[in-house]
Design a protein around this ligand. Structure first.
Ligand code: C6P
Length: 412
């Protein structure tokens, strides 16, 4: 028996009342977890408790409620540091999510450290969030972007070519840990290690991995890492950036405003140390508090258990759906994360998604904010089923039956 078989996964579903509903007269099958996960009662309750008892602004407080809100806000930062094994909680900066975390680094670190002729190395499987901020930086500075290739449909990075791409001009390697469009799990420790050997700064987009497997930034050896809370049972609108303190200390502010200054005058200001230097204005306060509850929730299950369960669902779905005629599944055949991205015959991904929706199954159809990758794969879009720990193999069987019906409907 695998360790994850000892977890009572079906009992956990009771923490997610939203899953227990009918959609178009059928039991809901929620397979859009890579877009956003559902939230357990414990997270919702943490938000209710905060708003019903402690709501006040943080860091300004000379009164009880503000002190409580500040304490909870900073306790969440400590929790986030522990969640990814950062050396200190000051290395955690609250952001709206992964997108804002990447923009923060591209603006604050990039503007100071990137010059004309420098190269920012990305990969061909990046989400737009890990491309467009660097394009903007390149336009501002005259730097260039380069892309480590992937190997065809199997969607693995071509690591044999990495050294060829890690030239003296490369100042940053930024890459996705788990691809939202392929389900590829990239060898994060190896990639960071090989870049670090050449003195290259590293950024890990952990949007799809943080809630799905243990993460240890010291073991990974990255300089920056970005997380979206809403994909890991937390509220929408909150996530965080991890940055190694030596780098954060050298970075200028991202946004200007209240709470990030030490002193301000009409023409000049001085700034606080990190992380507050990067958190201008009133922050999302309930977000970190909800995310704190989410991190406790995930760790009570065990992220190693979640990762094992995810990979079982991913492998089961791959094997099962490969039983359909004329299906093309993108991404690795083995060792995939808990998602499958596919095309059925010549049926448009949006039609598959819409017809699945009529049967109560929530898929995502589209380019998944990876248009360059889609182009590379020679397609416009795919349908995607993405799983979380509350999903079951019975739900995957249901997806299989519905996809078969869709093929029949289109006469193929
Ligand atoms: N991917 C998906 O359905 P935000 O929106 O900032 O929380 O996360 C952006 C992001 C960055 N990197 C990766 C690998 C992602 O998957 C995402 C979000 C969603 O796949 C929405 S497009």
């Amino acid at each position: 028996m695998n360790d994850s078989q000892k977890v009572d996964w079906s009992a956990l579903r009771k923490d997610f009342p939203i899953l227990n509903q009918q959609v178009h007269g059928q039991p809901l099958v929620y397979f859009d977890n890579a877009a956003t996960s559902q939230k357990p009662r414990q997270v919702v309750q943490a938000l209710v408790n905060y708003y019903e008892r402690d709501n006040a602004n943080v860091h300004r407080g000379l009164h009880e409620l503000s002190n409580r809100a500040t304490k909870a806000f900073e306790a969440a930062r400590e929790r986030a540091a522990k969640f990814i094994n950062a050396r200190q909680s000051d290395e955690i900066i609250w952001t709206r999510g992964t997108t804002e975390a990447i923009n923060l680094v591209a603006t604050a670190w990039g503007t100071k450290f990137i010059k004309a002729g420098d190269v920012i190395l990305l990969t061909e499987m990046e989400h737009h969030s890990n491309i467009v901020p660097w394009q903007l930086l390149a336009q501002r500075t005259g730097a260039k972007l380069a892309f480590l290739p992937i190997i065809g449909d199997i969607g693995l990075l071509d690591l044999a070519r990495l050294d060829e791409f890690l030239t003296d001009r490369v100042k940053l390697l930024s890459f996705v840990h788990i691809s939202n469009a392929l389900g590829t799990i990239n060898p994060v420790v190896e990639l960071c290690e090989r870049a670090r050997r050449k003195g290259i700064t590293t950024f890990v987009d952990a949007a799809q991995s943080a809630g799905h497997r243990p993460l240890d930034v010291q073991e990974i050896g990255c300089d920056f890492l970005a997380v979206s809370g809403h994909k890991m049972c937390g509220p929408t609108g909150i996530g965080f950036l991890y940055g190694r303190m030596e780098l954060l200390e050298q970075m200028p502010p991202y946004h200007g405003g209240g709470e990030m200054i030490l002193t301000a005058d009409y023409h000049k200001s001085t700034y606080k140390v990190p992380p507050h230097r990067f958190e201008a204005g009133t922050p999302d306060i309930s977000g970190p508090i909800g995310l704190h509850a989410a991190m406790d929730y995930l760790d009570a299950i065990g992220r190693d258990m979640i990762s094992e369960h995810d990979q079982q669902l991913g492998a089961y779905a791959y094997e099962k759906l490969m039983g359909l005629d004329k299906i093309r599944i993108f991404g690795p055949h083995v060792g995939r994360a808990g998602l499958v991205s596919f095309l059925l015959n010549d049926i448009h991904a949006h039609d598959v998604t819409e017809l699945a929706n009529q049967k109560g199954i929530a898929l995502r159809g589209g380019h998944h904010c990876t248009q360059p990758l889609m182009r590379k794969l020679g397609v416009e879009s795919t349908s995607r089923a993405s799983f979380y720990f509350y999903n079951t193999t019975a739900e995957i069987d249901r997806l299989f039956d519905v996809l078969k019906e869709i093929q029949k409907f289109f006469g193929s």
